[in-house]
Design a protein around this ligand. Structure first.
Ligand SMILES: [Zn+2]
Length: 457
């Protein structure tokens, strides 16, 4: 059995990094936009290019798709397989090869968002980071391992992440036997900042609903009836105001939350990132990362009341609002919805009729905690970057991660990535920091070698 040292792997990654960049340029030049209104033949070209890259590093690859539950055909994904030594663990590598549309061209400093431009140590192009960097990092890591690669490798390079992965679950079921693994490495998240790697250990879920407040069977003259009858818009405002206490913490019984791992996020950085107006006091108590990642949040995302332009001097009989509840990792979205529903009905102002209609539910994700595998992942990231890796949460959801967890309950899921706060995924001037990409290749090579038992020391 051949073994390899950390320094030897570092040298190999440096020597082969030009190839990683060439791979990235070739993939980025294929505008594999998955949105319906774009030419879907480019997705096939991109899937074929990805399959070629995998074959080039000894992974046999096929292109496949499954129909979504709606019956619509799924977009092409690339499945890769390389058998490992007897008894060695199996690692599933995930990334996606589809991209967002380029958007308005004036958001870009370059003429063609699909023609990469390198400046200031970053490569600018649509998909350069999200998530073609993930694809070439997997390939780059496999390339630098020869006989030292003893784990079994499975690859799942999805083609429809940017349109919400509609056929993800059917695809996983169809290919369950091909994709089963002990560890799943997802390269589609962000690092903490340039120079500081991160594992994403929690994602919030989602529970949406609509609430209607009704006070009258029909509108009434506000002069004749105003006083004893308060309009539904005011009643709705009173109802919604019960959701938070005076500190801005949620006041809904039954919603769970937890403390986030300690990460330094100075308030002034958050204020700048969020462009908060001067004088606004940040809501809630507890650490900022907890409020952003591991505790629930409720926002009113839609509101139907009579517009100012169309007003008449009447008492509004009804008012409707759409609520978005970001569910803390560790709580089922259906349970969180139920807590919100019963709060809204229990707080009906003046006994007005409150009707709650459920909307979309999306599960949260919470990594297994401190395990041997997360310890290994932190070691690989820290060694590759030369800086201690941290654990972060993401306040939004990545629905496919919950699908992976549901389909492969025994596999450990490691979520990391190559983005940084300046990446601007989905926006104009998307870019990848090339040193971060090189570190990500090395980190994955270190992890695979360690899991193979072929890393010296
Ligand atoms: Zn992505």
């Amino acid at each position: 059995m051949t073994v390899v040292t950390v320094e030897e792997l570092r040298k190999r990654v440096e020597a082969s990094f030009g190839q990683v960049l060439d791979d990235l340029v070739a993939l980025v030049r294929i505008p594999s936009v998955s949105a319906d209104s774009f030419d879907q033949t480019r997705l096939h070209a991109s899937a074929e290019a990805v399959a070629g890259l995998l074959e080039g590093v000894g992974v046999s690859a096929v292109i496949s798709s499954a129909p979504a539950p709606s019956g619509k055909p799924g977009r092409p994904a690339v499945l890769g397989r390389r058998d490992g030594a007897d008894g060695a663990p199996v690692v599933l590598l995930y990334a996606h090869h589809d991209v967002q549309p380029a958007g308005e061209l004036d958001g870009w400093d370059q003429e063609d968002p699909f023609e990469p431009v390198v400046r200031g140590g970053r490569m600018y192009a649509r998909g350069s980071a999200d998530d073609k960097a993930g694809v070439v990092a997997h390939v780059g890591a496999l390339r630098v391992l020869g006989d030292e690669l003893r784990v079994g490798v499975r690859c799942f390079i999805e083609g429809e992440e940017e349109v919400g992965s509609p056929s993800f679950s059917p695809f996983l079921r169809q290919h369950h036997a091909d994709l089963g693994a002990d560890v799943i490495v997802v390269l589609d998240s962000t690092n903490w900042k340039v120079g500081i790697p991160a594992l994403t250990t929690s994602l919030r879920g989602l529970a949406e609903c609509q609430v209607e407040v009704r006070v009258l069977e029909h509108a009434l003259h506000s002069g004749m009836y105003g006083g004893p009858v308060i309009d539904a818009t005011t009643l709705m405002c009173r109802l919604l105001a019960t959701l938070h206490d005076e500190n801005g913490d949620l006041a809904v019984a039954g919603l769970l939350g937890r403390e986030a791992a300690p990460v330094d996020y100075p308030e002034e950085d958050f204020r700048a990132d969020a462009a908060v107006v001067d004088g606004y006091r940040l809501a809630g108590t507890g650490s900022l990362p907890s409020r952003l990642w591991t505790r629930p949040a409720i926002g009113i995302v839609g509101f139907d009341a009579t517009s100012v332009a169309r007003r008449s001097n009447t008492i509004a009989p009804t008012c409707r609002a759409a609520l978005s509840l970001r569910v803390a990792p560790g709580q089922e979205p259906a349970e969180a919805y139920e807590a919100l529903r019963s709060h809204l009905q229990a707080h009906a102002p003046f006994g007005a009729r409150v009707t709650v209609t459920p909307g979309e539910l999306g599960p949260a994700f919470l990594a297994a905690g401190e395990t041997a595998m997360t310890g290994l992942a932190h070691w690989a990231l820290t060694t590759a970057w030369g800086a201690q890796s941290v654990e972060i949460g993401v306040g939004g959801s990545i629905p496919f991660i919950a699908d992976l967890a549901r389909e492969f309950p025994d596999a450990e899921i490691l979520v990391t990535g190559i983005e940084d706060p300046d990446t601007r995924a989905h926006s104009g001037n998307e870019s990848v920091h090339l040193e971060e990409l090189r570190n990500a290749v090395l980190a994955e090579a270190l992890l695979l070698a360690r899991l193979s038992g072929t890393l010296e020391g």
